[in-house]
Design a protein around this ligand. Structure first.
Ligand code: URA
Length: 195
């Protein structure tokens, strides 16, 4: 994993200065964990601390872990894109934006390599960005959430079949009560699937 991270650092430092776009790597149980959780991209807090899912999204993660009965250190947590995609308003304030095509194209091959290294029992994708990165651009969360599916991940000459279990992104359900119920049901289904 260290070698993998060094390779990414070397590649991306040729694209932009490290202090401008800090890479936030995955962390946790990197040797065949039950779950590899994949989000979209780090936010402000994640970039400040250099760790995935530590801001508001980290609080949501606590609820997730409670339901599935695992600790943060039992799973591996990462993002499709390892830098914080930002936009700057006319007034100069910086905010998050979804990753663009170019960022997705840059980071997706590394995500596949990371998955091959970690080799989890199941990949839990959070939201459409992570789902599409693994299941293809036609995959949509509304149709695939809450049940396991199989995807093929390729890196170099190697490819591997991997189970995914798509969930809505916790950030997308904050203001939507009915989606919150769906998310809670999906979590129960994931728990049952793991058992
Ligand atoms: N923080 C992350 O690390 N990933 C997300 O997808 C959202 C917040």
């Amino acid at each position: 994993m260290q070698q993998f991270q060094q390779k990414m650092t070397a590649h991306f430092s040729t694209l932009w200065p490290a202090q401008e776009k800090r890479l936030v790597f995955g962390e946790g149980a990197s040797d065949h964990p039950d779950i590899m959780l994949i989000g979209e991209a780090p936010g402000e807090q994640e970039t400040l601390l250099g760790r995935p899912f530590v801001g508001k999204a980290g609080k949501n993660l606590d609820g997730f872990l409670q339901v599935v009965g695992l600790r943060r250190e039992d799973i591996y947590i990462s993002n499709v894109v390892k830098i914080r995609p930002t936009k700057v308003s006319a007034r100069g304030s910086v905010s998050n934006r979804p990753p663009n095509r170019e960022e997705l194209a840059l980071f997706t091959p590394y995500l596949y390599e990371e998955i091959m290294l970690v080799s989890p029992r199941v990949i839990v994708t959070l939201g459409n960005v992570a789902l599409k990165a693994l299941a293809g651009s036609k995959a949509v969360i509304g149709a695939m959430h809450g049940r396991a599916a199989e995807v093929t991940v390729t890196h170099g000459k190697k490819s591997a079949k991997t189970a995914i279990f798509p969930l809505y992104h916790p950030a997308s359900i904050i203001y939507n009560r009915s989606l919150q119920e769906v998310y809670a049901e999906d979590l129960q289904k994931l728990k049952e699937w793991l058992e």
